[in-house]
Design a protein around this ligand. Structure first.
Ligand SMILES: [Zn+2]
Length: 372
């Protein structure tokens, strides 16, 4: 197909004073990493989960529902934010048509915020992708089964959400020691991408059915320690979280609805609809601090959001389709509060599109500076 037209960009537009950006990855980190564990081993509960929690991280655990997993142990993990996903009902080839039934069984046994919305295929065989996409936002494979598939995804995730590639760890995989892990984490940081690891059981631990390709858990411990030391750069989160974030970020629009000296109203929306998820994972955002403002208060749907200010930008997380995001001039709010507290005679003066505060016989700017 020939190009019928080439769009020519105009001169660079003047900088929008209310400019906003959505971060590529949560917290404006440079890369993302997800650790996934297959086959529902007792060691996942006893050894893996506490290790991740020690560093404040969460992982993804894929259960075979007919293999009698310790539901209460995995429920405790889900309560702490780990993801519990499906690894089929019977571990048969091509899931044996168990896309929906295994999801249903997990959802009846495990309560978790987003439900059971990702799947890892048994034996790394991609099953009926239509059935996968009717039940899950993402399906995980192994890189070894797809010739030419990249180890590490780019910022847009996989080319096919039914084929999220993962690097297998342990005796039969390509990742054995801490350096193997950290070199991939560093690659994800350098490329702005997303790396997924696939682990079964651990050397010398109680692995139940997860006997394939045992991994040295101290290698993972070293990887998490490294990630923690590089937490400004690498986002470690369950596959579900990164998949939601990635899809939302790609589909989202972030715009200014209105602005005044008192407040700026932004809207963050997307129109993804797949009947599986509302895609309401918080996105990391930054907006320019409006000129002349010293501090802000940020709310979304009446809830106050936490934020940081750095180099003229205000950083915060907000939920797409979660209501208007309102940035208020905190100096003005504080001044109004002071006036209310002191019952002073106070009113606002609008002049030249600016607001000043009249208090007694004096006039103040929104920053509380007296205007002579
Ligand atoms: Zn398996």
């Amino acid at each position: 197909m020939a190009l019928s037209c080439i769009a020519v960009m105009g001169a660079k537009a003047e900088k929008n004073p209310y400019e906003g950006e959505i971060a590529t990855w949560s917290g404006f980190r440079k890369g993302a990493a997800s650790f996934t564990f297959d086959d529902g081993a007792p060691s996942h509960i006893a050894d893996a989960a506490p290790l991740f929690e020690q560093y404040g991280y969460r992982a993804t655990f894929y259960l075979v529902t007919n293999w009698n997993p310790d539901w209460s142990g995995f429920q405790d993990m889900a309560d702490k934010g780990h993801e519990i996903g499906s690894h089929s009902k019977t571990h048969g080839q091509n899931m044996s048509g168990e896309e929906a039934s295994s999801k249903g069984i997990i959802q009846s046994n495990i309560q978790q915020k987003y439900g059971c919305i990702s799947v890892a295929y048994p034996n790394c065989n991609v099953p009926n992708t239509e059935a996968v996409l009717q039940n899950y936002i993402a399906g995980r494979i192994c890189n070894g089964s797809w010739a030419g598939m990249a180890d590490i995804m780019g910022k847009d995730g996989p080319s096919d959400w039914c084929k999220v590639p993962a690097l297998m760890t342990g005796a039969n995989g390509t990742i054995s020691n801490t350096n193997d892990f950290t070199s991939k984490l560093q690659n994800a940081i350098n490329s702005g991408g997303w790396v997924v690891f696939l682990t079964f059981g651990f050397i010398g631990k109680n692995n139940g059915n997860a006997t394939y390709s045992p991994t040295d858990i101290t290698a993972i411990a070293g990887a998490l320690k490294w990630a923690n030391e590089n937490d400004d750069d690498i986002w470690v989160a369950p596959l579900r979280d990164v998949a939601m974030y990635c899809k939302e970020r790609k589909a989202a629009s972030f715009n200014v609805k209105s602005h005044s000296d008192e407040s700026v109203v932004y809207e963050l929306t997307h129109s993804i609809a797949d009947n599986i998820s509302e895609y309401d994972y918080p996105l990391s955002l930054r907006v320019l601090m409006p000129e002349g403002w010293a501090d802000v208060k940020i709310t979304q749907a009446e809830a106050t959001l936490s934020y940081t200010i750095d180099a003229g930008w205000v950083y915060f997380d907000a939920v797409p389709n979660g209501g208007d995001i309102v940035l208020q001039n905190a100096s003005l709010l504080a001044l109004e509060q002071t006036n209310q507290d002191s019952n002073a005679n106070c009113s606002k003066l609008f002049r030249d599109d600016h607001i000043f505060i009249l208090r007694g016989d004096k006039t103040y700017t929104l920053q509380g500076q007296e205007v002579k």
